[in-house]
Design a protein around this ligand. Structure first.
Ligand SMILES: *Cc1c(COP(=O)(O)O)cnc(C)c1O
Length: 482
């Protein structure tokens, strides 16, 4: 795709694959969408898929598989222990990451569970560029704390900084001096920083962090769940790597960390997850927990079919033409929204397009969940299901007050290789309508609120009848169209 030149002025992201299996979609009338939104407690996690038109909730476990992945699933070697399928996956990981040891887990957070139960003591602090919901929860349930050291510019919503996921090196040095290395079980870098808009981390920054960790004898850890997008950005945004292959870039990254883990629901167009390392001591500390929590060492909760698909999916991740589709579609969507003056996180990252609800819904108090309201309103006017990544995604402070998020985002994930350009254009069109009518949208309040990870199962309600008013305006403007 990188070398295509067009006759016209247009830039058209061009997929280097074609669709050979399709799934029929349904677009409900807005009245029914409102009914299902109310049933779901204004929480898009609780919507039924049959009520959703374009599912942009997440990139997790919904990336499209290739013909080669599907074919590989048929040759899976079904056995509890010692399956050939496992060894194929293990070999592929060794080939790509040059790591000796692999612990399979049923998904990314299971890897986090294992890592944190072994490494965290009460009173410890984990330093990281930015937290992910489950990554933070696993630190805190083990009595640890999280300190985020992302560069200040990383939290500026609209910018042209190429690597907004980088750690601030001065902050890192200061935190190590203040806390002491003994209180820091590991420093975590999350590539493709999920909660701040899928923003990449530069290899230059990883190198500095890795060197500082070595100097202080602190474990360096990489959450590689969103590695595919990050690799693409390392290649196109970091000069040193523009002529390197994706495999070479991967190996460079891998060599900088003591420990890596990933959710294969994102990485490798698959399911499952795992931990990889060259450190035998760490491997030995963690391996006993695999049979206890995940399953035997040669499947770790994954099915053999999942493992076969992942082996091929990891291979495809090393192909620039496979991993560039997501970032290029996202860049297109971001540019189209920007042209229409709609507040959106820039530069475009991986994972999805992120609307800046802090601005989009600036007439709603932050305590009434700007991003949550935007997420609900967009589903209502389009059938597009996004995910709130703002204050609802933060659990409350110990004193019971809301922990107001740094960023209020509506994340519209573009699962890899799934949506077409016309579907992206439809979403842009409805977002533009909603932006023009945003003053009709009001806030939300909790009616049922879990203590941990409340965004998954919490139920909310509109503070007034704004959903009905928005629906009435939709009918006025769109007639009896869906
Ligand atoms: C999704 C994700 C996880 C958790 O993985 P699951 O497979 O959903 O449990 C961890 N870290 C990051 C950065 C993720 O995006």
């Amino acid at each position: 795709m990188a070398n295509i030149k067009y006759y016209s002025e247009d830039t058209i992201p061009l997929e280097m694959h074609k669709v050979r299996i399709i799934q029929k979609l349904l677009l409900l009338p807005i009245e029914e969408r409102l009914r299902s939104l109310r049933e779901a407690g204004f929480n898009t996690f609780l919507l039924k898929n049959r009520d959703v038109f374009l599912d942009m909730l997440t990139d997790s476990g919904v990336n499209a598989m290739s013909d080669r992945q599907q074919a590989a699933m048929l040759i899976a070697d079904d056995s509890y222990a010692g399956s050939e399928t496992f060894y194929r996956l293990e070999d592929k990981l060794t080939e790509i990451f040059q790591t000796k040891y692999f612990l399979p887990t049923h998904q990314g957070r299971a890897a986090e569970h294992i890592i944190n139960s072994v490494l965290i003591k009460p009173g410890d602090t984990v330093l990281m560029n930015y937290h992910f919901t489950t990554s933070k929860a696993h630190v805190t349930v083990n009595g640890g704390m999280v300190e985020e050291l992302i560069i200040d510019a990383g939290l500026v919503e609209e910018s042209d900084l190429l690597f907004k996921g980088d750690i601030d090196i001065d902050k890192l040095k200061e935190a190590i001096t203040r806390l002491g290395a003994a209180k820091i079980p590991y420093v975590r870098i999350e590539v493709g920083t999920n909660l701040i808009g899928g923003q990449p981390v530069s290899i230059a920054n990883m190198r500095e962090v890795s060197a500082i960790c070595k100097e202080h004898g602190i474990i360096s850890l990489c959450d590689a769940s969103l590695l595919a997008d990050n690799l693409y950005f390392n290649k196109i945004r970091e000069d040193e790597f523009k002529d390197k292959s994706i495999l070479e870039i991967t190996q460079t990254i891998s060599s900088l960390f003591d420990l890596l883990y990933f959710s294969a629901r994102k990485l490798g167009y698959g399911r499952g997850g795992g931990i990889i390392t060259n450190n035998e001591r760490l491997f030995d500390m963690m391996k006993e927990l695999i049979p206890l929590y995940e399953g035997f060492m040669t499947y770790g909760g994954m099915s053999v079919r999942e493992m076969e698909a992942l082996t091929i999916g990891l291979d495809e991740t090393m192909d620039e033409d496979m991993i560039n589709q997501g970032p290029q579609f996202i860049a297109y969507m971001v540019e189209e929204l920007k042209k229409r003056g709609i507040p959106v996180i820039t530069p475009p990252g991986g994972l999805g397009c992120h609307l800046n609800a802090m601005k989009f819904m600036d007439h709603i108090p932050q305590e009434e969940y700007r991003a949550g309201a935007l997420t609900a309103a967009l589903y209502l006017c389009s059938g597009v299901r996004g995910m709130e990544r703002g204050t609802i995604s933060e659990d409350r402070n110990p004193d019971g007050s809301d922990h107001l998020a740094n960023m209020e985002l509506l994340r519209l994930a573009l699962p890899r290789r799934v949506f077409t350009m016309s579907q992206v254009k439809y979403a842009v069109d409805r977002i533009a309508w909603l932006y023009a009518n945003r003053h009709l949208v009001g806030g939300l309040r909790f009616v049922e609120e879990p203590k941990v990870l409340r965004f998954f199962l919490g139920r909310l309600d509109a503070v007034n009848d704004w959903p009905e008013q928005l629906m009435a305006k939709f009918r006025e403007d769109f007639g009896d169209s869906l």
